[in-house]
Design a protein. Structure first.
Length: 241
């Protein structure tokens, strides 16, 4: 599998900046112009620009544009999230199958795990993700908590999908992910999760809790996913930029 499109675009833009196509202090073409040049969506283009921004090559100013700040990236180690798909490690390759959708009231225990307000009403989407090449192998078991309005907006898009639910919410409501906070811990796999993962209840597993925040800082989605401890490796790459 090749590199994601936004990574390729970022690399090309870095080469052009290093070659002096846009001198320090000059503005890059607008996002619509660059997106059209590369034949991608503005969201993909923004992900590419974010990589340049993290490297200190550019600065982005609403209403003014994207300005070149330096010709070579800053030398630093960064652990960065280029996309939510990278965060999950299996991204859009694994196929989602929805097991149930139900309305729940957040109790004290669930509030502690998710960070959702105790007593709030949420819609819980329980699902599994399957290996696209081996449909009998479940990659993960998860519960996704959404507000009722967001859940209603994406209800028709959930079944047998590959796209992340956070991306579905953005497509249907315009609410985009600005920040994701992830926690990982070792757990004993619950009986319900074990039944789908093909494990004995109590087997060692990894639990990921991901909290999705929009541009206003509002928490609008929480995903709690479980993976078999002996079949899943989570890798973080620190790259000198």
């Amino acid at each position: 599998m090749g590199e994601p499109r936004y990574v390729v675009i970022a690399g090309d833009l870095m080469k052009k900046i290093a070659a002096g196509k846009w001198p320090v202090g000059e503005l890059l073409p607008t996002e619509p112009e660059l997106a059209a040049e590369y034949g991608v969506s503005r969201e993909t283009l923004r992900r590419a620009l974010k990589r340049l921004e993290l490297g200190g090559l550019i600065s982005r100013h609403p209403g003014t544009g994207t300005r070149v700040e330096r010709l070579e990236p800053v030398a630093a180690f960064t652990a960065q999230l280029g996309s939510v798909e990278e965060l999950t490690q299996y991204g859009e390759a694994a196929v989602r199958s929805v097991l149930s959708v139900e309305s729940v009231t957040v109790d004290a225990a669930l509030a502690e795990v998710t960070g959702l307000a105790e007593g709030s009403r949420q819609v819980c989407v329980t699902s599994v993700r399957r290996d696209p090449d081996r449909s009998d192998e479940v990659v993960s078991w998860a519960r996704v908590y959404l507000g009722p309005e967001d859940a209603k907006a994406v209800a028709g898009d959930l079944e047998e999908g590959r796209q992340l639910i956070a991306d579905l919410v953005e497509a249907r409501t315009g609410r985009a992910v600005e920040r994701v906070v992830q926690q990982v811990r070792a757990v004993s796999v619950s009986a319900e999760a074990a039944a789908h993962l093909g494990l004995e209840p109590g087997s060692p597993g990894l639990e990921f809790v991901r909290r999705y925040y929009d541009a206003s800082g509002a928490l609008f989605e929480v995903t709690v996913s479980t993976h078999a401890g002996d079949r899943f490796v989570y890798e973080t790459v620190l790259q000198r930029r």
